[in-house]
Design a binder for this molecule. Sequence first.
Ligand code: HEC
Ligand code: HEC
Length: 249
Amino acid sequence: MRICLFFLAAGALLAQHSYTPSDVQDGGKLFRSNCVECHGVDGNLVSGIDLAHGKFRRASTDEELISVIRNGIPGTPMPPGNFTEFQAGTIVAYLRSLASVGSGSGIAGDPAQGKVLFEGTGKCLTCHRVGSTGSRLGPDLTAIGSQRRPAMLEKSILDPNAEILPQNRFYRVVTSDGKTVTGRLLNRDTFSVQLLDSNERIRSFMIANLREHGFVDKSPMPSYANKLTPQQVADVVAYLETLKGIAAQ
Ligand code: HEC
Ligand code: HEC
């Protein structure tokens, strides 16, 4: 009996403390493929529930959250999930990481400085578009301020690989003569693939002529963790927050 209790306690400790950064990323993947249809990327689409802020109504400890994720909430649309305790734990670790990024920097950003950086030394427009300026290679950021929370924006800038939405993944083809082209996937059918390449040219390939083709898991966006100061990151995030879909100039 005592031994059992010991193992239970050890299990509980493990559940709380032993997630590596890559486990947390896996948790993010599980979250994006199983939860966002109802909860949204930012965890706030179900009214009254905010998964990304570490404040829960029905559960507070990691164990309680794991149990909600595995068993669902009977009598509500929250379904039981077919996850191991460890998998559910990685999702919880991921949700906790979202909450901690939000309070992480705590620096007030200056949107005007952020805009200067975004358009100037940050070179963000070489891949992104805001209103009618910039490139179409990366996601259009014209309305990003109404789509993502500051914590997610900060994370996209510091750690682009942690959060790649399915529609934002890049596609890579290798032609039969060995040329590699990577870009945004515009269209793919049984016979052909169309990409927007890094020069914003539309390229079309017959699948029969390709040596390989498929999605790229790594983000083409560089991390700015060592390029921008925390203040500069806060400024850029503050600027992105002002982008609500109205064409900015
Ligand atoms: C079919 C829609 C749906 C899916 C899919 C879904 N949820 Fe939920 N979830 C809900 C709803 C609705 C509630 C609110 C239930 C209530 O309390 O009325 C909820 C509640 C929760 C709660 C409790 C929140 C609190 O404040 O206590 C957690 C945690 C949660 N969901 C996590 C997840 C995770 C993680 C996933 C993916 C593994 C997921 N949900 C998938 C609809 C869904
Ligand atoms: C080399 C091209 C490139 C540069 C330069 C670049 N990005 Fe990105 N960015 C991308 C791509 C591609 C994605 C989509 C894949 C991903 O999420 O990482 C992306 C994603 C993002 C997202 C997430 C979008 C979403 O829908 O959630 C934000 C926010 C962002 N970038 C902001 C910036 C900012 C701010 C800068 C400048 C400091 C910048 N990017 C510079 C290519 C780039």
